[in-house]
Design a protein around this ligand. Structure first.
Ligand code: VGL
Ligand code: ZN
Length: 212
């Protein structure tokens, strides 16, 4: 498998708050940085996403009196898991991980910026109606295949991969360049849903080309 002009690396939410010690730390989350940096050296094209919430975002447990992080509440658009406050716009925790070699990324897409709607997916917000604009950007540039890596496997990576398929792109997840939050079997469930939707799975060592 060699990166070519029709495929683009999609680096999901590799941000300080999702690393060990962060506000919503993904176990072993910092382990994705080295393989992702190798991928960034090999792919001619890359897009990076940032979870980017305003203060008081609807996904924050602090917005729901009597509720705790990881509870699920019913919002007008459906069930919403509540999280510790994380990735607040402009905060140190919202920054890309130091050491992530993202300077060649051609687009940084920020999501979850509507106060009343979450967005795990890089394509479509949690109301399942509001696009982020990424599908149009990729289509306009002629990309047909996205290769996904980053955090977290069971939330933003899986939702992005599923929505990439739904938008008509081929999608492949680099399994050693993702880590999950993994509550109640959510990582296994995410892999099963992705497989059922035709999302491929690859190891980073099988991706050739470039200078790496
Ligand atoms: C994410 C939970 C809340 C993620 C973002 O990047 O997977 N998870 N916000
Ligand atoms: Zn978030």
């Amino acid at each position: 498998m060699t990166p070519d002009e029709r495929e683009i690396l999609l680096v999901i939410d590799v941000q300080v708050d999702f690393l060990p010690g962060g506000a919503l730390a993904v176990p072993d989350g910092d382990a994705v940085i080295a393989p992702i940096n190798r991928l960034l050296g090999r792919f001619p094209h890359a897009v990076v996403t940032q979870d980017w919430h305003p203060p008081g975002h609807v996904s924050f447990a602090t917005r729901h009196p009597g509720r705790a992080p990881f509870d699920t509440v019913a919002l007008d658009y459906g069930p919403q898991v509540l999280w510790p406050e994380h990735c607040v716009q402009g905060s140190a925790g919202a920054a890309l991980a130091p050491g992530l070699a993202a300077e060649r990324a051609e687009l940084v897409i920020r999501k979850g910026h509507h106060r009343h709607v979450d967005s795990y997916s890089a394509f479509l917000e949690a109301d399942r109606r509001t696009p982020t604009g990424l599908a149009g950007y990729l289509r306009e540039r002629g990309f047909t295949r996205v290769v996904l890596c980053g955090l977290a496997t069971d939330y933003c990576v899986a939702w992005s991969a599923l929505d990439a398929r739904a938008a008509g792109f081929e999608a492949v997840v680099v399994e050693d360049a993702v880590r999950g939050i993994d509550r109640d079997g959510s990582v296994a469930r995410a892999w099963a849903e992705m497989a059922a939707a035709g999302v491929g799975r690859v190891v980073s060592g099988a991706i050739g080309g470039g200078s790496g």
